[in-house]
Design a protein around this ligand. Structure first.
Ligand SMILES: Cc1ncc(COP(=O)(O)O)c(C=O)c1O
Length: 473
């Protein structure tokens, strides 16, 4: 029952937990590995211990370093342990725990912007990044009034280093490289970017948010991974999310810097505030102690051996899926992924149609555009049957499409007709129709991608903001 007001008398925990459990029945079955991306789960045993650490510190505030020395010690250990994966032993890096990749990225742009202003007098800062870089960078630059110079990837989806170099000018403050990038899971040429940064006296941020932790462990188990971290002299900052392949709870990332001076530029201090001297190290004010404690617990309880095992499981599951794609006559991998992010398309069938059919079977998967594709972030949870089950479902779907019945063809013709009918409406009516139908069971995302092709950028922005808006009070 919808609760419009806070109940006058608190309800019993039995009643409320019962309601919670009921509401979860319509959620994705993520514990069976039905979601790709979005959820990273280390398994029941680890999760239990990690969540106990969260609960133990859930009321403590990690905002003030002088308040809880327990939390400060844990934050510093998390940073140091993370840094040890990405640097030589003698290196002394600096960093903080943040609430996620987006915050780490935001702070990397903030510190670069402030540093370039204070040290080089640059007032119209520009950052060069590839079109495959995560949108968190565009979001940060939008907030921080920094110009994004976006270099499209090449035809084979690889990084266009020549164009990158040509885009550097006197206002450039920072270069961005991804290790790996999200869309195709390919590594950007970080070694070349490092050289470019050194030669041009620029900062270089490596976005290892999704891949850094796993790449470090792949290296430990003998996989040939190109250098992408502080072992390259041009890398000045690096972000790595611990709520992804380090299996910490949601809200955990580490942003590392080579130099203390640069890290200081991300701090906010207001020494003259009426409320007292105010200082915060990251974007947040109040910062959850539980997340610091549970991240510390994840790193130290799972430990090196645990992460090696989880890495093997992740790569075993990835192999099951990529072998299927590579041996399939109907599907093909996009690019050359280095780890467990897989993107694929089909020359024969509409890949968004395949994606919708997978969604109908209960899978939560990503969709790429330019080119269209299906995107999977595989992790350890998929090793216990989900990877095989996904392959079986894909086999069945592709087989059905190959022997497409008249009914199937007619339904596609019907879809196309309805898309064309909606496209022919004026934008206002189109928006109304699309927003009203969003979120309904089995709504076909393929149709949205198709519709989007008839809109300009302003209309797309408005439509997707309206769709987001529709979900919330
Ligand atoms: C390469 C990369 N960078 C940044 C992010 C943003 O991380 P978050 O969603 O934790 O803010 C992601 C998320 O998937 C990512 O894949």
């Amino acid at each position: 029952m919808a609760k419009k007001n806070i109940p006058k008398l608190g309800l019993s925990q039995q009643e409320l937990f019962h309601e919670m459990d009921n509401s979860m029945h319509s959620d994705m079955d993520w514990k069976s590995g039905k979601t790709f991306g979005a959820v990273y789960y280390p398994g029941e045993d680890y999760s239990k211990v990690i969540s106990q650490a969260y609960v133990r510190f859930m009321h403590e505030n990690a905002f003030d370093p002088q308040l809880f020395s327990s939390i400060l010690t844990m934050e510093n250990e998390v940073v140091e342990q993370t840094a040890s994966l990405f640097s030589h032993e003698k290196d002394n890096l600096f960093g903080n725990v943040t609430s996620g990749g987006t915050e780490s990225i935001f702070l990397s742009i903030l510190s670069a912007r402030n540093w370039a202003k204070n040290n080089k007098g640059i007032d119209k800062p520009e950052v060069v990044l590839s079109s495959s870089a995560h949108p968190a960078f565009l979001k940060a630059m939008h907030f921080l009034n920094v110009k994004a110079v976006v270099i499209p990837t090449k035809k084979d989806f690889s990084f266009d280093l020549d164009s990158f170099e040509k885009a550097i000018n006197a206002n450039t403050i920072l270069l961005i490289g991804s290790a790996p990038n999200y869309p195709t899971g390919m590594m950007d040429p970080i070694e070349s970017l490092s050289k470019l940064a050194v030669d041009n006296g620029l900062l270089l941020h490596v976005d290892a948010c999704i891949g850094g932790f796993l790449l470090a462990y792949l290296k430990k188990i003998g996989k040939d991974i190109p250098l992408f971290d502080f072992k390259l002299s041009g890398v000045t900052s690096l972000s790595v999310d611990l709520h992804k392949y380090a299996y910490a709870p949601k809200g955990s990332s580490v942003l590392l810097y080579r130099k203390e001076e640069l890290r200081k530029e991300q701090f906010s201090v207001y020494p003259n505030w009426e409320g007292g001297i105010y200082g915060s190290t990251t974007f947040l004010g109040t910062k959850p102690g539980g997340i610091v404690a549970s991240t510390w617990m994840a790193l130290n309880h799972i430990g090196q051996d645990g992460y090696v095992k989880l890495t093997h499981k992740t790569m075993d599951a990835t192999k099951v899926i990529s072998d299927y794609i590579q041996n399939s006559k109907d599907l093909s991998l996009i690019g050359t992924p280095i780890m467990s992010l897989l993107a694929f398309n089909s020359e024969k069938h509409d890949i968004y149609h395949i994606a919708d059919l997978l969604s109908e079977k209960g899978w939560y998967i990503g969709r790429l555009q330019n080119p269209p594709g299906i995107h999977l972030v595989v992790s350890q949870i998929h090793a216990d049957g989900a990877a095989k089950e996904l392959v079986e479902d894909m086999e069945e779907i592709v087989e059905k499409l190959n022997t497409s019945t008249i009914k199937n063809k007619l339904s596609k013709v019907g879809d196309n007709l309805s898309v064309n009918a909606v496209k022919s409406l004026g934008y206002k009516s189109l928006k109304k129709a699309v927003v009203a139908s969003t979120g309904s069971k089995n709504s076909k995302k393929r149709l949205i991608y198709d519709l989007k092709s008839s809109l300009d950028l302003d209309q797309s922005n408005d439509l997707f903001k309206s769709i987001l808006n529709r979900f919330y009070q």
